[in-house]
Design a protein around this ligand. Sequence first.
Ligand code: PLP
Length: 392
Amino acid sequence: MSRMIYMDNNATTRVAPEVVEVITPFFSEYYGNPSSMHTFGGTVGRKITEAREKTAALINANPEEIIFTSCGTESDSTAIWAALKANPQKRHIVTTRVEHPAVKNLCEHLEKTGYRVSWVPVDRKGRLDIDFLYDSLTDDTAIVSVMWANNESGVIFPAEQIARAAAERGIVFHTDAVQAVGKVPVDVKASPVNMLSLSGHKIHAPKGVAALYVKKGTKFSPFLIGGHQEKGRRGGTENVASIVGLGRAAELVATHLQDGTDRVRRLRDKLEAGILENIPNTLLNGDPDMRLPNTVSVSFEYVEGEAILLMMDQLGICASSGSACTSGTLEPSHVLRAMGVPFTAAHGSVRLSLSMYTTEQEVDFVIRELPPIIERLRRMSPFWKGASCNLQ
Ligand code: PLP
């Protein structure tokens, strides 16, 4: 491929070369089963132990509190099912209107099977209605599951504060921190978070590996029942290469967390300012003060997000739109709808998400190329003409 500017890091990230280097021998040399009794298998098992220590260190957990899974979705499902099984008499779940489908669709499914779900709303800036959340907690609540940071708007939620409120009522708290880990400091010892999900492919490890943190003392039952792997908490032969890769990636992002984040934030701010200053009728989605440092979500009035993405794609720029395919039609995502992004703008939403590999030149390129794209599309839009008349 010729030029490629990758600004879709909330969807997935490039596997770091340092990670590729450490995982490669596991496809050729170290193919032993970590559960085998022989020395060959034992060597592989020790690599998993090291990866567990590194992954735990990233969130200040104890290694035995980390369970490796196949994806963030599995971690989320495992956490929610485990809490429900641990409290079979409780029939109420508290979550938010803006969770990733990994939590949202499971909770909708549970609602259909008889659980009561309180869906905490967000405001126009994507901030949680925290009073609604507190008022929702009852003696019947089995679990509160609130994401640490939103994948679309980038808004960061007060997960630690919510964990404390849940703990005071003896309620299990789970957080989907898939977008937060590696981008902002996450310390599971700073608050009584019971369970936390993270995913490898969002932090420069391969796809198909993730982890669930389960605080010592939290009642747990496995989602995948099988062999004795992961101390019986997740059956199935380990995805060794990817687990080793997750450990290395955890180490890398931990080292870069401060400077890397500052650099990414500066580039994101430059990109955001360049877009907002040069393109009229553009709305910023998400609380500017409490956002992931790598994410910018904007809505361009009177244009279609998909058309913008196609034109960006022709220039080699990868980004995401804020639409989701619902019953065969493209609709603004549940997150943008929950935030009340006006109809005229919601369809023209685009999310750009940066990483430690994003360069200043790439940011400058997007700042230069995006305004003419929007202008061209608006010229073709009958709604835009009306809008310019109104504006004059
Ligand atoms: N939770 C959030 C907030 C996400 O952004 C994602 C992936 O986009 C997931 C969960 C699911 O993670 P995975 O793709 O590893 O299943």
